[in-house]
Design a protein around this ligand. Structure first.
Ligand code: HEM
Length: 403
């Protein structure tokens, strides 16, 4: 297949590309330089035009400003969705006010700490099983053998989808989120597989309703009326995609950090009660998710001449490294006292699955550290981070010393 990737970046302030391998490998120096400059908003003409504000203040401003910025598409690519606001293709993440409020409220009860608590034992048993399967090895890939499986298995259980379809879900995520620099026709073809899969699941759940999220959505009402099939479809697609490589990335980044920082590792083994605050710090320092908005109409944003349908990337990861918002932002302090990080977003679209993500992360790290109190990176050169809007380790070979 011909390589359609964009040309390598030589000017990050005027011609950035978040899918460039340099960004995937280490974006922090790029962000630091632009954030500290007199114009902390990078620009590119790629993808039909995109902006990248890098300070905490500007990211917050865009996230809260639903008058100028639309969520009708949140993944930067070469095409633009038609006039589908305020619902969008994957409510509530693609919805604007006023529709967004109801679409989000509908889902909230399914993701409260109480609602997801019963998943903890299941997740723990599943994580242990993953490590049992590689027990004879002294090199375990924390991304491939471990992290990637956990959120897929949990969301498949919640949606009532067959666990054996996990590989297909990961391919859907890869197509939707990592192959954004492919031509629109190629993207449309691969997204067609996702559409077919979810449609089949909806038909199956129509015929055999069960106690799961898919059946819940098929029956759900907003303002006294059953939500449309299209809305059900879009929300299922969102839940399937939103929780997988995000959580996988966060699990991987946490293990990557612990492999390279023996002091933090030993402290968490000795004081597992610190794991929740360590996880918040890993989320801050290695925040995996950057979302996007589309500019509604031509408008001047702090001297940036934004045009209708330009993209604006919301770099929650860069906001979390802004020295004006966090003391010593590049230091990872696992018991950081104040940590109001933006890894789960800001404003009306703040992550609806954050309780679930935190549960999965905590259980995954607890289970890993119980099994492997001591470990290092087996081969630094082999480690690979994903590019695009969800950044995390996709290859992470770990040498386990006490396996
Ligand atoms: C560490 C893991 C995760 C991270 C870092 C993360 C991050 C985010 C971020 C930054 C947003 C804001 C999007 C925006 O402003 O456009 C978001 C929204 C969302 N997330 Fe997550 N997420 C994670 C896991 C999950 C999980 C496990 C689920 C559920 C299965 C989930 C479901 C959602 C949904 C439904 C929204 C849209 C909320 C709305 O539009 O009102 N996320 N997430």
């Amino acid at each position: 297949m011909t390589d359609t990737r964009h040309a390598p970046v030589t000017d990050w302030a005027e011609d950035f590309d978040h899918t460039d391998p340099t960004w995937a490998a280490n974006p922090f120096p790029i962000w630091d330089e632009i954030r500290a400059s007199s114009c902390p908003v990078a620009h590119t003409t790629r993808y039909g035009g995109a902006w990248l504000p890098l300070t905490h203040e500007l990211v917050t401003e865009v996230a809260y400003d639903t008058d100028h910025f639309s969520s009708r598409s949140v993944i930067v690519n070469d095409s633009r969705p038609g006039a589908i606001a305020p619902v969008g293709v994957a409510p509530p993440i693609s919805s604007d006010p006023p529709f967004h409020h109801g679409a989000r409220r509908l889902l909230l009860p399914e993701f409260t700490p109480k609602a997801i608590a019963p998943l903890e034992d299941f997740t723990r048993t599943y994580c242990s099983g993953l490590l049992d399967a590689v027990a004879s090895r002294d090199v375990v890939d924390a991304a491939i053998d471990y992290g990637q499986h956990i959120p897929v298995r949990v969301i498949a259980k919640m949606l009532g989808f067959p666990p054996e379809d996990a590989d297909r879900f990961r391919k859907f995520v890869y197509d939707a989120l990592e192959r954004v620099d492919r031509p629109p026709a190629e993207r449309a073809e691969t997204i067609g597989d996702l559409v077919g899969y979810i449609s089949d699941q909806m038909v199956d759940h129509d015929a055999n309703p069960r106690d799961d999220l898919t059946s819940f959505l098929l029956e759900a009402e907003m303002d006294g009326e059953r939500i449309s099939r299209q809305h059900v479809f879009g929300t299922i697609a969102l839940l399937l995609l939103a929780g997988i490589d995000t959580t996988w990335s966060a699990i991987g980044a946490s293990i990557w950090h612990l492999a390279r920082n023996p002091g933090d590792r030993a402290r968490l083994v000795e004081h597992p009660e610190l794991i929740p605050s360590a996880i918040e710090e890993f989320l801050r320092a290695y925040a995996p998710v950057t979302m996007a908005r589309l500019v509604k109409d031509d408008f001047d944003f702090h001297g940036c001449p934004m045009k209708a349908d330009d993209w604006v990337l919301l770099s929650f990861p860069s906001a979390n490294r802004d020295p004006r918002a966090f003391d010593s932002p590049d230091d990872v302090i696992i018991d950081r006292a104040e940590n109001r990080h933006a890894a789960f977003g800001l404003g009306i679209h703040r992550c609806l699955g954050s309780n679930l993500a935190r549960l999965e992360l905590r259980v995954a790290i607890e289970t890993w550290l119980e099994r492997y109190p001591d470990f290092t990176i087996a081969d630094e050169a082999a480690v690979r981070w994903s590019g695009g809007q969800v950044r995390g380790p996709r290859v992470l070979p770990i040498r386990v010393l006490d396996g």
